[in-house]
Design a protein around this ligand. Structure first.
Ligand code: SF4
Length: 373
C-alpha cells in the first residue's frame, strides 16, 4: 500500500503520528524527504508482487522475472496468501493496486491499496509490508483504516458492505495480522477521531504530544515537546529511602526505551549538524577509534600462501545469508531439518505483550550461563 501523493501533508502512512500529534504535520513540512535503500527495495517488491498477482488473476500474460531469490520467494508468499483469501469466496471482486481518495475525511489525502477484495458484504484490504524493521499490527492500524474509508467511499454505493477486514502481510518477519470490524465502527472513528485530528493538523493547530509515534517524525531530534517529556523522566523526583523500590523501577522500565531512543536521536542529529559546521558549546568533532585493516586482501592471501599457510577462515554462511543464497523454498527443502530455534534469553516486557510469560521457577536452569570447568 502506498500514498499516492508522496509528499502530501497528511499522508496515510504518517497518520499515526499526525493523529496523535497534529502540529507535527506543519512542523515537519519543510524538512527534506531523504529516500532510503529500504524504501527503494520496498517499492521494487511491491512492483514484483503486483505483477505476479495480476498474472495469477489472469489480468496479465507475462510472469515477471525477479533476480533476487529472497524477494522472489517472499512475493510468492504474498500472492499465495491473497489467492487463498480469494479462492474461499463466492464471486469475489478483486482490485489490484487500486487508487482511493480519502479526502472526504483528510484534506488532499489519496492512496493506493495493494489488494482489495469484495465479497459477501465484506471489504478486505490486504497490505504488503516488505520491511523487516518493525512488526506492524493490523488492529486499529490508522493507515489501513484511512484506506478502508477511501475504499468505502469508492465501492460503498456499488456493493453492500457491512464488514471491513484489514490484513497486513509482512513476510520477512513471518507476520500476518488481520483485523475485522463493522463498517459503522470505522465510519464512527472517522467522524469522531480522524476528521477532527486531520483538520487540526491541516491548520497547524492542536497540541504537541510525544509518544511512540515520534519514532518516524522528522523533527524527533530537535522537538522540544519530546525533549521535555524525556527530561521530565530524567528529573524524576525520587523520594526517600535511598534505594528505589519495585514500583519506581517499574515506572522507569516503562520509559527507558523511549529515553534511550531519544538520546540516540539527539547524538545522531548533533553529529550530522556538527559535520555541516554547526558548533555546539563545549563539543568538538574528533576521529573515532578505528581498527587496523589490510590495504590489499589479494596480496595478503598471496603472501601467506607463499609461506605455506592457509590465509582463509572457512565458515558456513549464517541463516540469513544462506537463505539469500538458496532462496526460501530451497533453504527449507535442503536445510529445514538442520534448523533449531533455541529458547530466547529472558527479557522484561510490559504485561500487554502477547508472548506467554515464562515460569521462572522451571526455566531458571534453561537460561543459566554454562559453568566453565
Ligand atoms: S517529535 Fe513527537 S512530539 Fe515532537 S513533533 Fe514529532 S511527533 Fe510531535
Amino acid at each position: 500500500m502506498s500514498d499516492s501523493a508522496k509528499h502530501s501533508l497528511l499522508s496515510p502512512s504518517a497518520s499515526h503520528r499526525w493523529i496523535n500529534c497534529p502540529p507535527s504535520a506543519r512542523l515537519t513540512e519543510s524538512y527534506s524527504d531523504t529516500g532510503s535503500a529500504y524504501a527503494n527495495e520496498g517499492t521494487l517488491a511491491h512492483s514484483v508482487a503486483e505483477a505476479k498477482l495480476k498474472y495469477r488473476l489472469g489480468l496479465s500474460k507475462s510472469l515477471p522475472v525477479c533476480d533476487d531469490t529472497e524477494m522472489d520467494d517472499y512475493t510468492d508468499d504474498y500472492v499465495t496468501f491473497v489467492m487463498e483469501q480469494i479462492e474461499s469466496l463466492s464471486d469475489p471482486k478483486v482490485y489490484v493496486e487500486q487508487k482511493v481518495d480519502c479526502s472526504r475525511y483528510v484534506p488532499e489525502c489519496k492512496g493506493t491499496c495493494d489488494t482489495l477484495i469484495i465479497s459477501d458484504g465484506v471489504l478486505h484490504i490486504v497490505d504488503l509490508k516488505y520491511g523487516r524493521g518493525v512488526k506492524v499490527d493490523a488492529e486499529k492500524n490508522d493507515q489501513l483504516r484511512i484506506y478502508s474509508l477511501g475504499a468505502l467511499e469508492m465501492f460503498g454505493c456499488l456493493y453492500d458492505i457491512d464488514v471491513v477486514k484489514m490484513s497486513i502481510f509482512q513476510p520477512r518477519l513471518g507476520n500476518c495480522s488481520t483485523w475485522e470490524v463493522f463498517r459503522e465502527s470505522i465510519e464512527n472513528w472517522a467522524d469522531e477521531v480522524l476528521k477532527p485530528a486531520a483538520q487540526l493538523a491541516w491548520d497547524g493547530g492542536g497540541g504537541y504530544k510525544a509518544g511512540d509515534h515520534c519514532q518516524f517524525c522528522k523533527a524527533k531530534a530537535e522537538c522540544r515537546e519530546r525533549a521535555n517529556a524525556n527530561l521530565a523522566l530524567a528529573a524524576y523526583d525520587f523520594t526517600e529511602p535511598a534505594l528505589l523500590d519495585t514500583v519506581e523501577i517499574a515506572v522507569i522500565l516503562g520509559k527507558v526505551d523511549e529515553l534511550v531512543s531519544w538520546a540516540s536521536d539527539i547524538k545522531d542529529f548533533a553529529l550530522t549538524e556538527a559535520l555541516k559546521g554547526v558548533r555546539f558549546d563545549g563539543w568538538k568533532v574528533v576521529e573515532g577509534r578505528s581498527n587496523r585493516k589490510y590495504t590489499d586482501e589479494i596480496a595478503v592471501a598471496s603472501a601467506v600462501n607463499g609461506i605455506g599457510l592457509d590465509p582463509y577462515e572457512h565458515k558456513v554462511l549464517g541463516i540469513t545469508a544462506m537463505t539469500s543464497l538458496l532462496g526460501k523454498k530451497r533453504f527449507e527443502e535442503t536445510l529445514g531439518g538442520f534448523i533449531q530455534k533455541p529458547a530466547g534469553k529472558p527479557v522484561l516486557v510490559p504485561q500487554k505483550d502477547k508472548r506467554q510469560e515464562i515460569n521462572i521457577n522451571t526455566a531458571a536452569d534453561d537460561f543459566a550461563d554454562p559453568i566453565e570447568n
